[in-house]
Design a protein around this ligand. Structure first.
Ligand code: NDP
Length: 256
């Protein structure tokens, strides 16, 4: 097999949570371009269906938009069932859906803390477990979690304690599941992006420039298309000996 063929996802099906905008949309585009059929799942069902038809038109792959709330285990299970029913299989889970709230720790109400953890950690856990239960019936699969440099550093000037702690949990859960599920031929890896221009990260706001941009060795933010190739790599046979890895993609931000 040639080296580029190892990156091919032809004949596989991926589920991307939160895949209609931002990073998730770039992942859906890239996975489909690499040959995968794709299910996009998020709470805004109109947006997921619109994105699915755009990705399908651009790539010629089968792409399905479904309503999915990662907090709701049943809707995660239904998204996986849709993948199997509509494409005949399910091989790749990209746990991309995430939430972030900027607020000083002294002011964070319980419901806000719970909402961030519920989406970023509990939701990722539930979908990973549902996916892995399917993967055990078909001989394996891959999971790519979207972590963050916020697992390693404390972002400034804004405070986001729940988000930072939740992403540290994502990185450690990635390693824990990777170790436990390696004998089941389920690989679990994560990417940890730095600042990427999306609705979650208002990278153009002047108040963030000194910390977010000027502090980064590359002196810029990323666009989602710069993170997507690594997700394809981690989803594909090109990374066949990788599991439990957290790949930092941050323009050097976390270098000291
Ligand atoms: P966006 O806010 O642009 O997109 C988030 C997506 O997640 C939306 O499609 C949203 O759709 C979906 N989502 C949120 N909650 C749920 C839920 N409960 N169930 C299903 N889908 C949900 O964010 P980004 O693209 O910036 O972020 C994507 C991932 O990348 C997140 O995990 C984030 O933490 C991570 N990340 C982002 C960085 C950045 O700089 N942008 C840096 C590092 C990591 P809907 O609300 O309709 O459900």
């Amino acid at each position: 097999m040639g080296v580029l063929e190892k990156f091919s996802l032809a004949g596989r099906t991926a589920l991307v949570t939160g895949g209609y905008r931002g990073l998730g949309r770039a992942f859906a585009d890239a996975l489909a371009e690499a040959g995968a059929d794709v299910v996009i799942g998020a709470r805004d069902v109109a947006a997921t269906r619109q994105a699915a038809s755009e990705v399908a038109a651009a790539t010629g792959r089968k792409v399905v938009g479904v309503e999915l709330d990662v907090n709701d285990r049943a809707s995660g299970r239904a998204a996986i069932e849709t993948a199997v029913q509509r494409t005949g299989r399910f091989d790749i889970l990209v746990n991309n859906a995430g939430a972030c709230v900027h607020r000083p720790a002294l002011d964070v109400p319980d419901d806000e803390w719970d909402a961030v953890f519920s989406t970023n950690v509990d939701g990722l856990w539930k979908l990973s477990q549902e996916a892995a239960r399917h993967f055990t019936t078909v001989g394996g699969g891959t999971i790519v979690n979207i972590g963050s440099i916020s697992a390693q550093i404390v972002n400034r000037p804004q405070w986001q304690p729940a988000y930072n702690a939740s992403k540290a949990a994502v990185h450690q859960l990635t390693k824990s599941l990777a170790a436990e599920w390696a004998p089941l031929k389920i690989r679990v890896n994560a990417v940890a992006p730095g600042y990427v221009k999306t609705e979650m990260a208002p990278v153009d706001e002047p108040r963030f420039k000194a910390r977010w941009i000027d502090d980064a060795p590359m002196q810029r933010y990323a666009v989602p298309e710069e993170i997507a190739p690594t997700v394809v790599f981690l989803a594909s046979d090109a990374s066949s000996f990788m599991t439990g890895s957290v790949v930092v993609i941050d323009g050097g931000y976390t270098l000291h």
